[in-house]
Structure formats: structure tokens, C-alpha cells
Design a protein around this ligand. Structure first.
Ligand SMILES: N[C@@H](CC=O)C(=O)O
Length: 307
């Protein structure tokens, strides 16, 4: 599977009464899937509120996104179950629903307590063996206890079934040191940045982006990836500057939790969603935020998408 380009992580749209909105999935998926340079969609990620859905909804969301892209690009599913066997069953369900790969999250208890040496490697092995679903290594930020050290990343990347890494380490010392080593030691591993708020700073080192940001500015992010591959700083910087009001209004607002709500407002501004309903525990943004996000989308000259 070739992810050397943009892989957006779509939001999951909801109706005003909180149900999954399958018509809106069709609009979002068919638009993203029609853009040259979009390589795949990762559904049920953080931006997709994946862990806020029942397992039945998760399966239906995967099927709906598969339908929306008309088999033109692969759908990849976020796999989040805490226990490895539970995650393997989740991955099997995703595969049966049409997902072509999985983005495997760390077991979330690790965020608080850390993990025993070898546990991340075992998690990738068990989930792959139990499901046959190819997997993307997910590197969490350095300031969490669920981040993987260099050797752990190298070990996982050498395991059967692991073909790409989504890296969100957010520590530039580690990024600058580790990315060249991973590239040298695991040349077949596709390296994708997920630093939505630091894309300019990471785009020169990667094969692609796997980002929630890809929901709202796919056209410009594809150009930024091309500029990064051409080592064209001036062009990449110009796109970064044009997008900066959008970046600030989505990703500098607070944590990625606010970011998910803001992404939905931005999709309303682009004419894809009708409203920005999110599922609990997410909350609406404070008064005024919606207007600020609309202005940012306008100032970046991101036009309304016609159906
Ligand atoms: N950009 C985020 C997206 C979450 O999936 C990250 O760094 O993890």
C-alpha cells in the first residue's frame, strides 16, 4: 500500500440528534477520495471520534467510507482496544468490513503507567497474527509514557505486517536524531508525519502526512508534501503561511480535543458538513469560535466545495 502523499483522517459526522450521519460520510469520503494525491483515509482515529462509537457503529462507519470512495483508495481503520486480543478482534472486524490496513494505537493504560519492555512489539505481533490486517506503527508524543524509544520503533518496524509509521513524537531532538536512523535501518518503512500543528517543520523528512488536517485543506497539504519532497523551502513556507490562520484556529486553540470540534466547523465552512455536532465527551467550542474558523478558512482562500 502506497501512502507516499496525503492520508487524511476523516471526522465522523453526526446528525443533530447524535447518530452517525451516513449521507455526510458519503459527501466527505467521495470528495476526499476524488482528490489527486490523497492516498488513503484513516477512519476511526482521534479526529474520527473512533473510541466514542459502539463496535457496531465502527463497522458501519468503515463500510460507509469504503462505499464513499468507490474502491479508488484504501480505507484504513484506527484500532484502539486496550487488550491485545480485544484489539485483534477489532482489527478482524475492520478487515471484514473492508479496511485494508489498521492504525494500531498503544494500549491506553500505558499513557499513565508506561509499559513493560517488549510489550509494544508483542501488541503489533498479536494483532497482526490475529487479524491478518497490515498495520501502521503509531508513535505517540515523547511527553507521554506510551511513546516508543528508538529500538522499540525499529523492532516493530521489522515485524511482519508493519509497513508504515505515523510519527507524532513532538520532540525535535528525537525527530532529528531518530528519523534518519529509522530510514537507514528500515528503508521500506513509509514514514508519515502527524504533527498537524508542526507540518512545515517535519515535511522535509517524510514520505507523506497522516493527519486530521487533511479533512479541511487537502489541496494545500498535497502541495506542501510535494514541496517537501523537492526540498523547496520557499514553496512549503508560502503554503504554511497561507494556512497559518487555519492552523491557529484548529490546532493552537487548545489540545487536539478542541481540534476535532474545530475541524467540523471548518468542514461546514467548506460546504461539506451542515453542522459541527460532536459526540460526548467532546464539547462545543466557546462562543465566537465558529466565526473565527470561518474567517480563517476564507483568509486561506479555501473555497466551498461544490457537490
Ligand atoms: N496529530 C495527532 C492525530 C491523532 O491521531 C497525533 O499526533 O496523534
Amino acid at each position: 500500500m502506497d501512502l507516499r502523499g496525503l492520508t487524511p483522517a476523516p471526522v465522523t459526522p453526526f446528525t443533530k440528534d447524535g447518530k452517525v450521519d451516513y449521507d455526510a460520510i458519503q459527501r466527505l469520503g467521495s470528495w476526499l477520495g476524488s482528490i489527486d494525491g490523497v492516498k488513503a483515509l484513516v477512519v476511526l482515529g482521534h479526529a474520527g471520534e473512533g473510541t466514542f462509537l459502539t463496535s457496531e457503529e465502527q463497522v458501519n462507519v468503515i463500510k460507509a467510507f469504503v462505499k464513499s470512495v468507490d474502491d479508488k483508495i484504501p480505507i484504513i481503520a484506527g484500532i484502539t482496544g486496550e487488550g491485545n486480543e480485544v484489539a485483534a478482534l477489532e482489527a478482524k472486524r475492520a478487515k471484514d468490513a473492508g479496511a485494508k490496513a489498521g492504525l494500531l494505537y498503544p494500549s491506553h493504560g500505558w499513557l499513565r503507567f508506561g509499559y513493560q519492555p517488549g510489550a509494544p512489539q508483542a501488541r503489533y505481533r498479536i494483532v497482526y497474527e490475529g487479524s491478518g490486517l497490515p498495520l501502521i506503527l503509531f508513535q505517540y508524543p515523547d511527553n507521554t509514557k506510551a511513546t516508543y524509544n528508538l529500538q522499540t520503533m525499529l523492532d516493530i518496524a521489522a515485524q511482519p505486517g508493519v509497513f508504515a509509521m505515523k510519527n507524532g513524537v513532538r520532540n525535535m531532538t528525537r525527530w532529528d536524531t531518530e528519523i534518519p536512523i529509522v530510514r537507514r535501518e528500515r528503508p521500506d518503512l513509509q514514514i508519515l508525519t502527524c504533527h498537524d500543528e508542526h507540518l512545515l517543520h517535519t515535511v522535509f523528512d517524510v514520505d507523506g502526512m497522516l493527519v486530521g488536517y487533511g479533512n479541511v485543506a487537502p489541496e494545500l497539504l498535497i502541495e506542501m508534501i510535494e514541496a517537501g519532497k523537492a526540498k523547496d523551502y520557499v514553496r512549503a513556507r508560502a503554503i504554511h503561511d497561507r494556512l497559518f490562520p487555519v492552523t491557529k484556529n484548529i490546532y493552537h486553540r487548545g489540545s487536539h480535543m478542541e481540534g476535532t470540534v474545530a475541524l467540523k466547523h471548518a468542514l461546514v465552512a467548506r460546504g461539506i458538513l451542515e453542522h459541527a455536532t460532536v459526540r460526548s465527551p467532546l464539547l462545543p467550542l466557546p462562543n465566537g469560535a465558529e466565526k473565527e474558523i470561518y474567517s480563517a478558512i476564507q483568509s486561506a482562500q479555501l473555497s466551498r466545495v461544490s457537490a
